[in-house]
Design a protein around this ligand. Structure first.
Ligand SMILES: Nc1nc2c(c(=O)[nH]1)N[C@H]1C(S)=C(S)[C@@H](COP(=O)(O)OP(=O)(O)OC[C@H]3O[C@@H](n4cnc5c(N)ncnc54)[C@H](O)[C@@H]3O)O[C@H]1N2
Ligand code: MOO
Length: 413
């Protein structure tokens, strides 16, 4: 009788560290235009070259004045007109300048009286001064946006390792930054495997099911800004698996596969990977996702995710996503863990750390978590109904009121 030799299961934390260690050395820089930098990771600290705004300017449409001149009932000559985008001359003491929101304050002015607090007696014209009455005494500095109030010259705008989001692009744009050095996106091949699988839209014969992993993984890659360069489906064939993995490892940084990593005779993915390259991880103390496989063929990182749809989803989130983010340059690649309160009880878990599809209720301060009914790793409907994954450590029973760590899908998607 042939028995599979028992293999010790690797703790999840060890696997995450190992994956990250392999990924971090693979960062490559590239420079992209600012409009293409959303979701990318800055590889350098970026500092402001100048103040923003670059000069004191008006926060209102109104009249630039010296506060000492602008007392209630005073009537001031309007000596110039300053629209946004022009460079004003100095303000003569005792006068006012017609000014508009965003226009530079003339030298000598220290306040802006908004036009609702004035009465126009005579408009300013190119060849003639105007006249305005102040209705409400101005206080010094009123309605003035100070030079550098938003961003001071030399201030840090973005840190190395920071993943950029739309607000960062706005910040960089306002400081005049037109391009950013970011981590290159890894080139990724996505391989699903299984002779039983058909694509949605095709007819199913007896024994066949639809390929769902492909769509989940393609979409999760897209959320990282990565478009899979090759998307391939393989039947359970050792020959074809070898041929394809060999090919893909020549021109991709990463190959992600699903299925074929368990111990059955039709499971070729891990076996072929091991023959072609080197196996770094196999079998995790993780539920679902035990047969997760990590290896390298040539310089290509190979992630062999289990075929069960929930297992593929969970291992992508826990291990592949952080690796891809680290390759993109991210300093903080792991997901934040939230503290939640168990609204359920569970008997002592086994050797594997469990990631339980769960829903949250209650307010932020006291979020209660409850698992969805069916936790089988083939039941994907409970992923789409879950708010996230509650973590039950190995050899742990859960009592109502216990505090658990929780991965929120809203942090990812
Ligand atoms: N004797 C043992 N059998 C199994 C073990 C074990 O330790 N000993 N582990 C089980 C666990 S846990 C998992 S997880 C699975 C993983 O197996 P594979 O990675 O080899 O996956 P497959 O056998 O190819 O498929 C499993 C399951 O998932 C369905 N599947 C696969 N790909 C897709 C896809 N793209 N879309 C939708 N569904 C997919 C497939 O039809 C199977 O039902 O192994 C256990 N067995
Ligand atoms: O580890 Mo499997 O992923 O439990 O179903």
């Amino acid at each position: 009788m042939v028995r599979d030799k028992p293999v010790g299961l690797m703790p999840v934390a060890t696997a995450i560290n190992r994956v990250l260690a392999l990924a971090i050395g693979r960062q490559r820089p590239e420079t992209v235009a600012l409009q293409d930098a959303d979701g990318r990771v800055a590889l350098d600290d970026i500092f402001a070259a100048s103040d923003v705004p670059p000069w004191d300017n008006s926060a209102m449409d109104g009249y630039a004045v010296r506060a000492v001149d602008a007392v209630a009932d005073a009537s001031l000559a309007v000596s110039q007109r300053i629209p946004a985008g022009c460079s004003p001359g100095p303000l003569h003491p005792g006068s006012a300048a017609r000014i508009f929101t965003g226009a530079p304050l003339p030298a000598g002015a220290d306040s802006v009286v908004m036009q609702e607090n004035t009465e126009l007696i005579e408009p300013f014209q190119a060849d003639r001064e105007g006249q305005v009455r102040i209705l409400q005494t101005a206080s010094k500095g009123e309605n003035v946006r100070r030079c550098g109030a938003d961003i001071a010259r030399h201030a840090l705008l973005v840190s190395r390792g920071q993943r950029l989001w739309p607000a960062d692009l706005g910040l960089l744009a306002s400081a005049g930054v037109a391009s950013v050095t970011v981590g290159r996106l890894p080139t990724v091949a996505l391989v699903t495997s299984g002779s039983e699988l058909r694509e949605p839209g095709q007819d199913l014969q007896a024994g066949q099911i639809y390929n769902s992993n492909r769509y989940v993984l393609q979409a999760m890659l897209a959320r990282l800004g990565i478009k899979a360069q090759s998307v391939i489906h393989l039947p359970d064939s050792e020959e074809q698996t070898r041929k394809i993995l060999q090919q893909l490892s020549q021109d991709h940084d990463v190959v992600i596969s699903t299925g074929g990593v368990s111990v059955g005779e039709e499971d070729y993915m891990r076996a072929v990977m091991q023959k072609l390259g080197q196996l770094d991880i196999w079998k995790l103390a993780l539920k679902p996702g035990k047969p997760f496989t990590l290896g390298q063929i040539n310089h290509t990182l190979f992630f062999g995710l289990p075929g069960n749809p929930v297992s593929a989803f969970v291992t992508f989130i826990l291990l592949v996503r952080p690796a891809l983010l680290a390759m993109m340059g991210a300093e903080q690649a792991e997901l934040p863990l939230h503290r939640v309160v168990a609204a359920f009880e569970a008997s002592r878990s086994g050797e594997r750390q469990e990631y339980v599809r769960a829903r949250l209720s209650g307010c932020d301060a006291q979020r209660a978590v409850e698992p969805l009914d069916d936790q089988s790793s083939g039941v994907f409907s409970s992923v789409s109904r879950a708010d996230g994954l509650a973590i039950i450590p190995p050899h742990t029973a859960v009592a109502r009121g216990d505090t658990l760590s929780f991965i929120a899908f809203s942090d990812i998607f």
